[in-house]
Write a protein that binds this ligand. Structure first.
Ligand code: SAM
Length: 343
């Protein structure tokens, strides 16, 4: 299979590969495979569990942005936000030898000059390649770590949560308008915040937890809550957010509801993904709606916010149960779905 244009440009720009290579955020395992075939000792770290699964298990680096050996070259598929580039650059500069090189590639339309600035804060030399097939590479070398700025925290008075987030997390530490509408609406059903222990109100799941705002908000109301996300940055952020707000939230890295036990959830709350990578795509959420019917207990509820134009209402009714629109504004719908008791 030919390499995709970004991976192909990255390998051409990298030149002959040194002995030890770290691959960050490979897509489909193709950089890992090409570098291994070129004879390098490769280790690969991927934020998204779906990317990680394409990497042979013995080449995976576990943990959050850790690496066992000091790599001489980093092949890095760039994320799409400046915040994520800043956060990864901080991590890399703090761990790389100054002689190590970073070759970071992406689609030109997803890159801005702010990426160069973020890298230049942490590396003495930063330059850009010429574009090829709508792709471009940034070269960085001479690691000189500047004080880290990520993860960042922010108090969100509208929901009474302090969010702590890494740069590669949806909306970082800010409150999404859809999430705000969802929590404002859900507050009638989820109960008041509780100040001391007592038995949990039930089992709640925040699907696509991001920085963990929803999960933390549910835990504050006495729900035994788990945050699920495909992104490890999201789970690390959710843990930080929960700890900062002095509540317990379990986290699990999974592709949607994979691994969630059947009939194990009383309250499923979600502001679901509407992208795969950079492309808008509602298929994963449609598949998740079908799976949600089996993970909810009879009598359980799912609360979901989504852009009004998305075709979810009929799917919720068809696959789960009675669905009501609890709130709607110019952009979003908040739907409540009841999984009925078996008759
Ligand atoms: C719209 S954001 C919502 C984030 C957070 N709950 C909030 O309200 O700010 C959707 C989240 O879903 C995650 N996500 C995307 N695809 C996923 C998948 N296949 N399985 C699990 N999580 C996914 C993203 O990483 C992101 O954190």
């Amino acid at each position: 299979m030919p390499l995709d244009p970004v991976a192909s440009l990255m390998l051409d720009e990298a030149g002959p590969l040194p002995a030890r290579v770290l691959v960050l955020d490979d897509v489909g395992g193709e950089l890992t495979q090409a570098a291994t075939e070129a004879g390098a000792l490769v280790r690969t770290w991927c934020d998204d569990v779906r990317d990680l699964e394409a990497v042979p298990p013995h080449l995976r680096v576990a943990g959050f942005l850790t690496t066992e050996e000091s790599p001489e070259l980093v092949l890095w598929r760039l994320p799409q936000s400046v915040a994520a580039v800043e956060d990864y650059a901080e991590y890399l500069a703090a761990r790389l030898d100054p002689s190590a090189r970073v070759v970071a590639g992406g689609r030109t339309k997803h890159m801005t000059v702010a990426f160069n600035t973020a890298l230049a804060r942490q590396f003495t030399t930063v330059s850009a390649s010429l574009g090829r097939q709508k792709s471009r590479v940034l070269h960085a070398s001479g690691a000189r770590p500047a004080p880290p700025r990520w993860p960042m925290r922010r108090y969100l008075p509208e929901v009474g949560v302090t969010a702590v987030a890494h740069g590669n997390v949806f909306n970082t530490n800010r409150l999404d308008d859809g999430t705000h509408l969802l929590l404002r609406t859900l507050s009638r059903a989820a109960g008041e915040p509780v100040t001391n222990g007592g038995p949990p109100r039930g089992v709640a799941l925040d699907l696509g937890c991001g920085s963990g705002i929803i999960a933390t908000w549910l835990a504050q109301r006495g729900w035994a809550t788990t945050g699920v996300d495909a992104s490890l940055s999201a789970l690390v952020s959710t843990r930080l957010t929960a700890r900062t707000n002095r509540v317990r939230v379990a986290v699990r890295r999974a592709d949607m509801l994979a691994g969630t036990r059947s009939q194990s959830v009383d309250l499923l709350v979600t502001n679901p993904p509407f992208h795969i990578g950079a492309a808008k795509d509602s298929r994963p959420t449609l598949a998740m709606i079908r799976a949600a019917a089996s993970v909810l207990r009879p009598g359980g509820e799912m609360w979901m916010v989504f852009n009004s134009h998305l075709p979810y209402l009929p799917e919720l009714r068809r696959h789960i149960g009675v669905t009501t629109v609890e709130a709607q504004d110019r952009h979003y719908i908040v739907a409540r779905v009841l999984k009925e008791h078996a008759s």
